[in-house]
Design a protein around this ligand. Structure first.
Ligand code: GRF
Length: 196
């Protein structure tokens, strides 16, 4: 089976990245993780990926100052050079310009810790608690120009329990994120294999 080549973009600890790497080890999984790119040299996920024998690259945004486009052109060049077919954002804490979004339209996905369209943006667990919601969860969506707005590929729900704190709720959602992301990436990879 030819596996679809995936790059993961991270900024931090990379637990979703690690979940995708683990899922892709299954022979029957339709995608392989071949590259991890971080915009911060101290992103914890880099060491995890390297320990799994996956190529890593650090393309820091800071040296580019306000020139987001130049930073993204460098990322795009690296993705193309590696023959990437799908880009998975996993805790990548940069808002993208239309350049990268359009370059990867239909092939770039993101995981967000809420049931979109509810609670786009940051601090979703705290906001879910403050709003007194009964349900919370996570969403995998295609990346489009609007932040956290693209077509939804999948969602997983969790109940908000009495006594939940930001920490307990985020831990429960994170467990679901790991399963959901692996499932949605596989689904997208299968559609790409069929159409190519
Ligand atoms: C996750 O909650 C993800 O949904 C959000 O950022 C967090 C990243 O966590 N976009 P990790 O780096 O994957 O552990």
């Amino acid at each position: 089976m030819t596996k679809v080549k995936v790059a993961i973009l991270i900024s931090g600890r990379g637990s979703n990245m690690a979940a995708l790497i683990a899922a892709a080890k299954d022979r029957a999984y339709p995608a392989q993780i071949v590259l991890v790119i971080a915009n911060l040299a101290d992103a914890g996920g880099l060491a995890l990926a390297a320990a799994q024998g996956i190529e890593t690259a650090v393309i820091e945004h800071a040296p580019f100052g306000k020139d987001r486009l130049a930073h993204e052109r460098m990322i795009d060049a690296k993705l193309r050079q590696a023959g990437i077919e799908i880009v998975a954002l996993a805790g990548y804490m940069r808002v993208l310009t239309p350049f990268l979004v359009e370059a990867w339209a239909g092939r770039m996905i993101n995981i967000h810790p809420s049931l979109l369209p509810a609670l786009p943006g940051l601090h979703t667990h705290q906001r879910a608690l403050e709003a007194g919601l009964e349900k919370h969860g996570c969403t995998v969506h295609l990346v489009t120009a609007g932040v956290d707005e693209g077509p939804i590929l999948g969602q997983a729900k969790v109940d908000i329990l009495p006594g939940d704190t930001e920490a307990s709720l985020s831990a429960r959602v994170l467990e679901e994120e790991h399963k959901l992301y692996a499932r949605c990436l596989a689904d997208l990879a299968k559609t790409i294999t069929k159409t190519s």
